[in-house]
Design a protein around this ligand. Structure first.
Ligand code: PGA
Length: 248
């Protein structure tokens, strides 16, 4: 198995196919544990899943979710928080029980202890299907390019380009561009992510073409964290036309 690449025509098709992926996981195994991502990329996926829930009765009653990451130093109701993103765009529109929808805490008294707790929970529960986006700099979750990557859930300082791309995301999803974007986050580590049974990485748009090409061609290296997905036995990379390298 390893890493397979699927190219589709556009963002709509990518979102449809990703939703079919998640739907079959949840239908075959209602108690599935989903690892979930935020950002612009999975918005279409969440929209399709909400439609499937409303129109076809797709149920998430027994589903468990663990989000990849969260900013530190914001309150959950701040539009910047991924808590807010997940409840606004997905959890608030489906029937997942609140206690099953896990997002790392955004304001813990002790962030390092919170990271350890989250790691323990995720690893003990085990993720069946992990949905991922990829940063234009190759990050996965908030595992930013660096000389060393962390294996477990941890506190991390965000790169300037990540802070900027989050500012753009917020301007589009929450309106306005004056948000204070936190500089630190809690994120699953590369080891946490690679423990998932299956991984679905989504990338769309011309802005991702170069990093996707590099991910597929470069050897595994910590300056392009997404290359580590190559060691996993079951990864699907789902690309739209614009994000796919010319040689694909
Ligand atoms: P994006 O972010 O979906 O907003 O492009 C992806 C990521 O940074 O992982």
């Amino acid at each position: 198995m390893g890493l397979r690449v699927i190219k589709v025509g556009n963002y709509q098709e990518l979102s449809d196919m990703a939703a079919q992926f998640v739907k079959s996981q949840v239908l075959l195994q209602p108690r599935s544990v989903l690892g979930l991502a935020t950002g612009m990329t999975p918005l279409g996926l969440y929209q399709r899943l909400v439609e499937m829930h409303r129109q076809d009765g797709l149920s998430f009653r027994e589903t468990v979710a663990y989000n990849l990451d969260e900013f530190l130093g914001v309150s959950p109701d701040n539009p910047v928080s991924y808590y807010n993103y997940m409840w606004t765009n997905f959890f608030g529109h489906i029937d997942i029980p609140e206690e099953n929808a896990h997002i790392p805490p955004c304001n813990p008294a002790d962030a390092h202890a919170a990271a350890r707790d989250y790691e323990q929970q995720v690893v003990q529960t085990g993720v069946n299907l992990q949905v991922l986006g990829i940063g234009a700099n190759g990050h996965i979750g908030f595992n930013e390019p660096a000389d060393q990557l962390m294996e477990e859930t941890h506190v991390t300082d965000l790169k300037e380009e990540t802070i900027e791309s989050n500012r753009k995301l917020l301007a589009q999803t929450a309106g306005g561009d004056n948000y204070h974007i936190p500089q630190r986050a809690l994120t699953m580590g590369m080891g946490t992510i690679l423990k998932a049974d299956r991984i679905l990485l989504l990338a769309n748009g011309a802005g991702k073409k170069s990093i996707v090409g590099r991910m597929l061609t470069e050897n595994i290296n910590t300056h392009l964290p997404a290359t580590f997905l190559k060691v996993h036995r079951d990864v699907t990379v789902l690309l739209d036309e614009e994000a796919a390298p010319d040689w694909l």
